[in-house]
Design a binder for this molecule. Structure first.
Ligand code: FES
Length: 325
């Protein structure tokens, strides 16, 4: 079982947003129905069938979080695409219908912040657009540092330029592959944060790793990031047991298998989607034991609480885990 698809939406328009980036505007089906509401930072899962089997892909919602008449997403064509982004770029056209899950959010905006600083790399701009919309609506001052390879690779520049002109926030662009260009200096950006500012980052893995190093000295509650792809390898060392409290069964996880693989074999499946520890779909409550967290969804504080885990990629540090399954 994967995340249950709960709704269908029709592609109303596709737009060229930047080199390798298509924008899709999705409207409800039937048309009179409102789409489920979402908060800034949320994403939807798209379910599709490929010759290799079912596929689920997550896309951040980039339109105004107050809107329920449409979802807008941006899709970067991944040269290593296993079918998701390639299908969007080569096959999808206005009028076609997509099957989606309702929005979920593992990258929420803290609406109490006195100032928000956003750092985006490439397609990582997408979740931050909704956050800037929301900051503007709340009157929270903000600053965006947006880095792309070159100007033609930077998406949604018209929208960003309009916000910059209207005041209340500032857009600073960086093109690291243009002549004289260089990578964003995240240590310098973090050192210059306004008092109490919250800082959000989404982009390629090297940028996120540099961001984590640069923000290591900040209070964790002010630091927020979202990964699009796995950073490390899943826990497949095995050698531990799992008691399933609700189904009153126990399983032994052998070396070479993930906990999710074992659960699927037993036909006790939590919902799952990415299988890489980035979407949060497979979260399960931990009733006892110590997980070996390998996901990129939980914060350090949430990991330390040991009361939940992502079973697609995480394992156990204790000989036994008790799960609410
Ligand atoms: S399935 Fe995405 S985090 Fe586990």
């Amino acid at each position: 079982m994967t995340t249950a698809p709960t709704l269908q939406a029709r592609i109303r328009a596709t737009t060229f947003e930047a080199a390798g980036v298509l924008g899709l505007e999705l409207v409800p089906l039937p048309p009179a129905r409102a789409l489920p509401a979402f908060a800034a930072g949320a994403h939807i899962d798209r379910h599709l069938t490929t010759p290799d089997g079912p596929l689920v892909r997550s896309y951040s919602l980039l339109n105004d979080p107050g809107e329920t008449h449409r979802y807008c997403i941006g899709v970067h064509r991944d040269p290593r695409s296993r079918g998701g982004s390639r299908h969007v770029h080569e096959v999808l056209r206005p009028g076609q219908v997509l099957t989606l899950s309702a929005p979920r959010n593992h990258f929420p905006l803290d609406e109490r912040a006195p100032f928000n600083v956003f750092i985006a790399g490439g397609i990582g701009i997408t979740p931050l657009l909704g956050m800037i919309e929301r900051s503007r609506a709340l009157g929270i001052p903000w600053r965006l540092h947006y880095s792309a390879r070159t100007r033609p690779h930077a998406a949604f520049l018209d929208r960003l330029a309009a916000w910059d002109r209207q005041g209340g926030g500032q857009v600073l662009l960086n093109f690291d592959c243009e002549p004289g260009g260089k990578m964003l200096d995240l240590r310098r950006l973090v050192a210059a944060l306004p008092d109490g500012a919250h800082v959000y980052c989404c982009g390629p893995r090297p940028m996120l790793e540099a961001f984590e190093q640069a923000t290591a000295g900040l209070p964790p509650g002010r630091v927020h990031r979202e990964y699009f792809a796995a950073k490390g390898s899943p826990a497949t060392g095995g050698g531990y047991s799992v008691a399933l409290a609700r189904s009153r069964r126990t399983l032994a996880v052998p070396e070479g298998k993930s906990l999710l693989d074992c659960l699927i074999e037993m036909q006790i499946e939590p919902p799952f989607s990415c299988r890489e520890g980035v979407c949060g779909t497979c979260e399960v409550r931990v009733l006892d034991g110590t997980p070996d967290h390998r996901d990129l969804v939980l914060s350090d504080a949430e990991r330390a609480a040991n009361d939940r885990m992502m079973v697609c990629c995480s394992g156990a540090r204790s000989p036994m885990l008790v799960l609410d399954l």
